[in-house]
Design a protein around this ligand. Structure first.
Ligand code: SF4
Length: 222
């Protein structure tokens, strides 16, 4: 048996930087589907095969990044891009932007950031046409991380775009309510990481029916 401290150091994808634990921002979306699924995969180390959609998703992201790099004209850091935009009025687009914030203990990679003189647009590319609340929480998480990391005091626009058609499915300005909602989930996930509470399984049998862990999950309703 391993001790509690040792156990919590073994959670998949949790990083410790300067003594602060950071978890991937994508967990905010995963939590919304089923916290217990997150627990099985990342905490208990249960392995199940990736679905076809997940493999396709990785390939599509790589393709979009390749297309972007082929069109990109200049390489610069995010602070340089923000400064350039403010000084010249240019609209600059960056893809696969790594972000992390020790203040909130989260990290991730943003699909696309559109930098405008007066605003920052955070774009997440998703398959399908449906925007779930978990998707929105993930984008709100990216906004908070970017804002805290780069100390940006501008309007943030949160967007979800169809990965295949490139059509924008949802766009709205980040507001206090969204920040409050996602901060509550960030705290809940840190409580899970710190062993303060247990993961809660979904009570929606339809989710279990499509869950790739259903055959190994002791809480499955399917
Ligand atoms: S089978 Fe149901 S309860 Fe179990 S991890 Fe999947 S969604 Fe959650």
């Amino acid at each position: 048996m391993i001790g509690m401290a040792e156990w919590h150091d073994k959670i998949r994808e949790v990083k410790i930087i300067d003594g602060v634990k950071l978890f991937p921002i994508s967990w905010l979306g995963a939590k919304d589907f089923c916290e217990y699924q997150l627990y099985l995969e990342k905490f208990a180390g249960v392995h199940v095969e990736k679905t076809y959609e997940m493999i396709l998703g990785s390939e599509m992201h790589a393709k979009l990044e390749e297309e972007h790099l082929a069109k990109a004209t200049e390489k610069m850091t995010i602070p340089e891009a923000i400064e350039r935009s403010e000084q010249t009025g240019a609209i600059l687009v960056a893809r696969e932007v790594s972000t992390k914030t020790l203040k909130s203990g989260i990290y991730g990679r943003i699909d696309e950031v559109i930098i405008m003189p007066d605003r920052i647009v955070i774009v997440d590319d998703k398959p399908g046409e449906t925007v779930f609340i978990g998707h929105k929480k993930q984008v709100w998480g990216y906004c908070i991380s970017f804002m805290e990391q780069f100390n940006v005091n501008k309007k943030f626009i949160c967007s979800i775009r169809n990965r295949d058609t490139k059509e924008f499915l949802w766009s709205e300005e980040l507001d206090e309510n969204s920040i409050k909602t996602v901060r509550e989930d960030i705290i809940k996930l840190h409580d899970l990481i710190n062993g303060v509470r247990n993961a809660i399984p979904t009570d929606n049998a339809k989710k279990c029916l499509k869950c790739r862990f259903r055959n190994v999950c002791d809480k499955s309703l399917a």
